[in-house]
Unconditional design. Structure first.
Length: 373
């Protein structure tokens, strides 16, 4: 009898240990003017089920979101080009309240047209917006209450590329700090460069690094990127030629060691890459293809950093602009902009391959997914 009770108690503990958790997911969308633009979902990390919590936030084209490391604040770009405000888009700051509701703090102009990406420094004290049409990046300080100062510094890129209609001028598409906050990397689609800035102090803390940029193949159109967990490798996805470039840091300099296509060899249609993520354990890299409407799955060599394609899987929707991995690393969620839905995939923990769960949630023009991790 004693043995039976011990076994029963052990089973109870085991069940408790795998109990489903629910995570908050924020969804940024394209709107038609000022309207409900940020939506809040609950995500079940056992079933993959998404539930709309019915607490939308009014915003204007919040096409990219980021959350502070302490989980207290959310920041959203307003991807607009407003002629009444010096052709400036903006960034809005929100406080995250109990249950995931957002409380508006303030809104600042980026002094650049159509900001499409926003990031925070590791210490949460600086914020950078990438202004696509403006071809520049805007730096703000974050105040102790989470609100933003007025513009502190703006850096304008110059140049062009060979791709017809898309590279007549600079188009900054994303920016990220390194893990220590000492460098800022900026992908510029219009000039085929990954810019590198050193981060200092003072009124103009961003200055060209000793290696000011990495040149990408002409006409490639670098868009988004992610780092390996150890920070030694950078994985950059290029929109215009559907490739991922692997960069490795040799001493103090970044060098390209591989460029690999994100599409099947037999595909001959038109497709444009969008988003990229490295799994938390560094074993897999995922990239999205708009047009082919797929997620490309790559196995990553942990020794040399290079990639090998494992799979391209349909997103079960149209135009996967953005996607994310859930906090457990068990699921991948895709924002399908043109089919107006979010689809959920299970990740095989051995191969990294994706399987559609059958879960598809309707959502108007979803373009950014951010978990409150």
């Amino acid at each position: 009898m004693k043995l039976f009770i011990i076994c029963l108690f052990s089973f109870f503990l085991m069940i408790q240990g795998v109990e489903a958790k629910k995570h908050i997911l924020y969804v940024g969308t394209y709107t038609k003017g000022v309207a409900n633009g940020i939506f809040v979902y609950s995500f079940n990390d056992r079933s993959g089920k998404l539930v709309d919590l019915k607490m939308p936030t009014v915003s204007n084209n919040p096409s990219f979101l980021t959350i502070s490391g302490d989980k207290k604040y959310l920041y959203a770009v307003g991807e607009v080009d407003d002629p009444d405000k010096d052709h400036s888009g903006g960034v809005s700051a929100f406080r995250i309240e109990e249950g995931g509701n957002l409380k508006f703090l303030n809104h600042v102009q980026t002094n650049g047209a159509n900001p499409c990406h926003v990031c925070l420094s590791p210490d949460g004290k600086m914020l950078v917006a990438s202004n696509y049409t403006g071809g520049n990046v805007s730096l703000f300080n974050v105040l102790p209450d989470g609100s933003l100062t007025a513009l502190m510094q703006k850096i304008q890129h110059t140049g062009s590329g060979p791709f017809p209609g898309r590279q007549t001028e600079p188009h900054t598409h994303s920016a990220r700090f390194d893990a220590k906050g000492k460098q800022l990397f900026v992908a510029d689609l219009g000039i085929d460069e990954l810019k590198i800035y050193s981060v200092g102090v003072g009124e103009n803390p961003l200055k060209p690094d000793s290696q000011p940029f990495v040149k990408l193949p002409p006409g490639s159109g670098p868009r988004h990127f992610d780092f390996s967990p150890d920070g030694r490798y950078l994985y950059l996805i290029s929109e215009l030629n559907s490739t991922i470039t692997v960069l490795m840091k040799y001493g103090g300099e970044w060098k390209s060691i591989q460029t690999i296509r994100t599409l099947p060899k037999e595909f001959e249609g038109e497709s444009w890459c969008a988003d990229i993520h490295v799994s938390a354990d560094g074993r897999f890299v995922y990239g999205s293809n708009r047009g082919h409407n797929s997620i490309a799955v790559f196995k990553r060599d942990n020794i040399n950093g290079k990639l090998e394609m494992e799979q391209t899987v349909s997103v079960e929707g149209n135009w996967p602009r953005n996607f994310t991995l859930d906090p457990t690393g068990m699921f991948l969620l895709v924002a399908n902009q043109r089919s107006n839905d979010i689809t959920v995939f299970k990740i095989d923990q051995t191969s990294g391959k994706l399987t559609f769960t059958g879960i598809k949630v309707p959502q108007e023009s979803p373009v950014c997914l951010q978990f409150l991790k």
